[in-house]
Design a protein around this ligand. Structure first.
Ligand SMILES: Nc1ncnc2c1ncn2[C@@H]1O[C@H](COP(=O)(O)OP(=O)(O)OP(=O)(O)O)[C@@H](O)[C@H]1O
Length: 485
């Protein structure tokens, strides 16, 4: 997917953006903004990353750091192997340590992904702050489905981020390999579930991701996902944990609206991770009947969502509900209506993009795509609810039931009005309780066998870069046709 962006939330005053025709690249243009951005930051230290603290990659970097003059890691410590990809901000290289602590066997080499950003070029394009925000966000992350930043440093006018390397490519490419270029519903559920957990964590950290699309979902060596590319994300410092109380006594008769945020009460700050654990809520589960007509998207948007879990008396919600931006940011086919209309958007945009992402995984195309970017945007903002392809008559009862659940979830995520969108009120818990995810053990998702695991042999076929290739200045990729938006 191509990307053309302008700055806005952080440092610029550009009025519009250029976007390639039919392009799926992310972009941003300025309409005005709000939300504060935290400054500064520490070089990552493995003690602040308990999920990855015992990884060999950390050990190796720590070893190099200990031996280095001044204790800092720099570009000289790495050997660039090949370019993995280029984006709007810079190039990403596969690299390894020049002097790893242990002599690597061919299968046990430790690879890293290094994002190299030309600061001078970015300053000229007024995008420097974007790169800084991405670095700040990466420094703060510690989650199985989000990147680990092993080191960051500057070399001349380049800023370098050394991250975990994902050898499995991205889900856009993975989808092309599937029969009919679409994932099975089971695979889509797996990738969607891991994405929900990553978004949940980001929201708890006060980050609105804003750029979910298959191209940004990378596949790790073990087949699990890693969301990448945070330069469009919105970071806010005002996430206030809330405890939503469920009326005690007769859970079945509880007023559903009170469960969904209208009876919230503030409590003192808590450890954000608690909200992952306390996500139950009293609600009867409704499963579409086998053979029932395809979901009525409009009705789905306005009715109560399916639930899978039974009562918990209270729910802790940590969502950046106060985050507001008016930036025009994202990828055309993935833009939420409130982003296009410029009315101000917050974390609900990530639940919208989850709906588009699921649709693309299941149907092999995005739901609102038009012949031109303008048509796509018009389809998104129109009052017409999302439409789904007919379920083939050949589908078995079970397949039909699964698809109906998937459609119901997508319709709720793709509610045009952000206030009515699943996830917009109390966050990820609403999405996790949907019937589509019935049977998902959220605490153990990272232990589930992924649909595909990258073949190790393919990983080691790394062509070493020539000296000339490595020294090539960063060139932005250009599109053949441009379309003023
Ligand atoms: N950790 C990683 N492991 C493997 N490949 C990666 C990794 N990070 C990035 N890449 C590859 O590099 C490409 C560019 O990376 P990235 O999207 O972060 O750069 P960007 O300049 O922010 O791009 P964009 O214009 O999409 O914002 C990606 O499409 C992906 O193919």
């Amino acid at each position: 997917m191509a990307t053309v962006r302008d700055e806005s939330d952080y440092d610029s005053s550009r009025p519009s953006s250029l976007t390639a025709l039919g392009s799926r690249r992310s972009w941003i243009s300025d309409i005005g903004s709000s939300s504060s951005v935290s400054g500064g930051g520490e070089t990552p230290c493995r003690h602040s990353k308990p999920h990855k603290a015992n990884h060999a990659e950390w050990e190796a970097i720590a070893h190099v750091r200990a031996a280095a003059t001044g204790g800092s890691v720099g570009l000289d410590h790495f050997r660039l192997v090949r370019r993995l990809g280029s984006g709007d901000l810079g190039n990403v290289y596969l690299c390894e340590l020049r002097e790893p602590p242990h002599r690597p066997s061919s299968s046990g080499r430790l690879y890293y992904a290094m994002k190299v950003v030309d600061k001078d070029a970015l300053a000229f394009r007024k995008k420097l702050r974007r790169a800084e925000v991405e670095r700040e966000i990466l420094r703060s992350l510690d989650h199985p489905f989000l990147p680990t930043l092993y080191a960051d440093f500057e070399a001349s006018h380049y800023a370098c981020l050394v991250m975990e390397f994902c050898p499995g490519g991205d889900l856009h490419v993975a989808r092309q390999r599937q029969p009919g270029r679409r994932f099975s519903v089971a695979s889509a559920r797996f990738y969607a579930a891991e994405t929900v957990l990553a978004l949940e964590y980001l929201h708890m950290m006060g980050v609105v991701y804003r750029d979910l699309k298959p191209e940004n979902v990378l596949v790790r060596a073990d087949g699990h996902i890693m969301l990448s590319d945070f330069d469009l994300s919105l970071k806010c410092d005002d996430v206030i944990p809330k405890l939503l109380r469920q009326p005690r006594g007769d859970g079945a008769g509880a007023n559903p609206s009170s469960t969904y945020g209208h009876s919230s009460s503030c409590v003192p700050p808590i450890q954000p991770v608690l909200s992952c654990l306390l996500n139950g809520v009293t609600r009867k589960r409704q499963v579409p009947m086998p053979g029932a007509a395809a979901v009525d998207a409009d009705a789905a948007e306005h009715s109560e969502p399916e639930q899978t879990s039974e009562s918990d008396p209270a729910e802790v919600v940590v969502e950046p509900v106060a985050a507001r931006s008016r930036s025009f940011v994202g990828t055309h086919e993935y833009l939420a209506p409130e982003v296009i209309s410029g009315q101000g958007h917050g974390s609900a945009v990530d639940w919208w993009t989850l709906g588009v992402f699921m649709y693309e995984m299941v149907y092999g195309q995005t739901p609102f795509k038009g012949a031109t970017n303008e048509e796509t945007l018009a389809n998104i903002v129109s009052k017409r609810p999302v439409a789904f392809p007919r379920i083939p008559a050949s589908a078995s009862c079970g397949e039909r039931e699964e698809l109906l659940r998937a459609q119901d979830l997508m319709a709720r995520l793709l509610a045009k009005c952000p206030g009515k969108r699943l996830g917009s009120c109390t966050g990820s818990g609403e999405v996790k309780r949907h019937g589509f995810f019935q049977g998902v053990n959220w605490a153990l998702v990272r232990s589930v066998r992924p649909p595909e695991v990258p073949v190790p042999a393919a990983r080691s076929k790394a062509k070493t870069m020539s000296r000339k290739e490595r020294q090539e200045p960063y060139k932005q990729q250009h599109e053949d046709h441009f379309d003023y938006f």
